[in-house]
Design a protein around this ligand. Structure first.
Ligand code: SF4
Length: 202
């Protein structure tokens, strides 16, 4: 990497390039890029968020398009829908056994491997910057930002138990790394990002 100043536009282009590169890998697999996105979402979202409308928000698409994608994955036997216990009007989706099996072939694993190769300081910086960036983008667009408990202002941890103030419930350890539709970025985790477009970053 050079020490040349980088503009915010260049960072945005790099993010798009990475997105495109992973989509290219999706193209050679059994599922389309958008079907992989749905599979990843339902594999990583917490129970409250595994709904068609939450997936529509996550994928920045209409509810109708989201339903079509979900239907195609149900027909392939990768997703199954069930009635929510806490809300009879709502449906939730889970990965089937075959769905869990196909996630072993997720084309995104190359990118995960590349991230693993980064030096620890760089990985931590990415881990902090990307959720903050997703939050800023959601704010600009007036959409929902997805994130996980550790970055959320509803989250607290007493040491003995983890708690979510949004749903007024204790969280199981397995919930902590899940994507959540009720996520609200914690003030302390927000990046201080300028509003103007071409700020140089050395
Ligand atoms: S703490 Fe935040 S991210 Fe975690 S379950 Fe509650 S609302 Fe969702």
């Amino acid at each position: 990497m050079t020490d040349n100043p980088t503009t915010t536009e260049e960072i945005a282009e790099l993010l798009v390039y990475l997105g495109r590169a992973t989509r290219g890998a999706d193209a050679g697999s059994d599922l389309t890029a958008v079907q992989w996105t749905a599979m990843r979402f339902f594999a990583r979202a917490n129970q409250l968020s595994r709904t068609p409308s939450a997936f529509a928000s996550f994928n920045a698409t209409t509810r109708g398009t989201a339903s079509q994608i979900i239907k195609s994955l149900m027909q392939k036997g990768f997703l199954v829908r069930y009635q929510a216990v806490d809300d009879r009007r709502s449906v939730r989706l889970d990965l089937t056994r075959s769905g869990q099996e196909i996630m072993r072939y997720d084309p995104l694993r190359d990118l995960s491997e590349a991230i693993d190769q980064l030096e620890g300081r760089l990985r931590r910086a990415l881990r902090q910057a990307l959720p903050a960036l997703a939050g800023e983008l959601a704010k600009i667009r007036g959409t929902v930002a997805f994130g996980t408990c550790g970055d959320c202002r509803h989250f607290s941890d007493s040491g003995a138990a983890s708690y979510c103030a949004c749903v007024d419930a204790e969280l199981a350890p397995a919930d902590l790394g899940c994507l959540c539709v009720n996520f609200a970025a914690s003030e302390s985790r927000k990046a201080t990002m300028p509003n103007h477009k071409s700020k140089e970053i050395s």
